[in-house]
Design a protein around this ligand. Sequence first.
Ligand code: HSE
Length: 340
Amino acid sequence: MRLIFLGFGTVGQGLAELLLAKKTMLAKEYGFKPIVVGIADMLKGNVYNPQGINLKKALELVKADKPLSKLLGKTIEGDALAFIKQTKADVLLEATYTDVKTGEPATSHCRAALNKKMHVVTTNKGPVALNYRPLQRLAHSKKVKFLFEGTVVSGTPMINLIRDTLAGSEIREIKGILNGTTNYILTKMEEGMTYESALAKAQELGYAEAVPDADVLGWDALAKVTILANVFFNATAKPFDYPCDGITKITPEAIAEAKKAGQRYKLIGRIWREEGKVKAAVAPQKVDLTHPLAGVSGATNAVTITSDTLGDVTIVGPGAGRRETGFSMLIDLLHLGGKR
Ligand code: HSE
């Protein structure tokens, strides 16, 4: 399986590190022996080599702030679309920056790759939140897959869990903490850290989006809510069709007051059905300290899926991070090319 990394930031590097660390195990247990033939990044340059790229060296170069063009292979002139058009691979790993307002340029990257009959694995919420159906149809018509496990709660099972493991269930409600950065900030503010320091730390730990406004204004959670609504509730929504409020208005005083009253702020995303219509919203809520969501701290996410078959199933796990989101891409890759 020949792979191309598009975007080699936190997530791409997280996956590259896992592929190297698990190389022997993946080959032995899954018969999975991928070859990375291309890496293209807006800031780090690009390299293409049909014989394969030295991934370890690529990581070393990036850590040393040196361009990827120093690797053995050729450099493709132009943008990411030019790179996709002029290269050959089986899978495009799309991990460029997310824009939940336009879904671009990531949607065009996905479309170009699918048109070339490449599978697409992405962690980018933009294309899925805004263009899930057309991209899925295109993938289907080209007999390839469009996979996006990492778009919701990183590598913690969610998309594949609902689609495959809960297959045959009618999903009635999905509700929970869907953004790691804001949950981390709220947790740290309650411990006495300032909003600014907590946000800076979340950026350092690789939780926050490239533009962290998307986290603190609730847009990242909104994109995830929209993905879940479109994929599992048959909605045809765009992110800003739903009401959304973030955490920027929550002051340290409000957090302290809630604490005194035996409560804690959480940013909650919810999708549900009401009178035959699909509804969704993102808003901060005060939950009692005895409520299960109150105990979910830091960048951990927690989601309760209510179905006709099982009632409530709750998943708690990492919702962000380098290794965690890199891992989500590994799951999708193994679905494409691993045999066990
Ligand atoms: N910025 C996101 C979060 C990353 O903090 O949850 C995962 O989508």
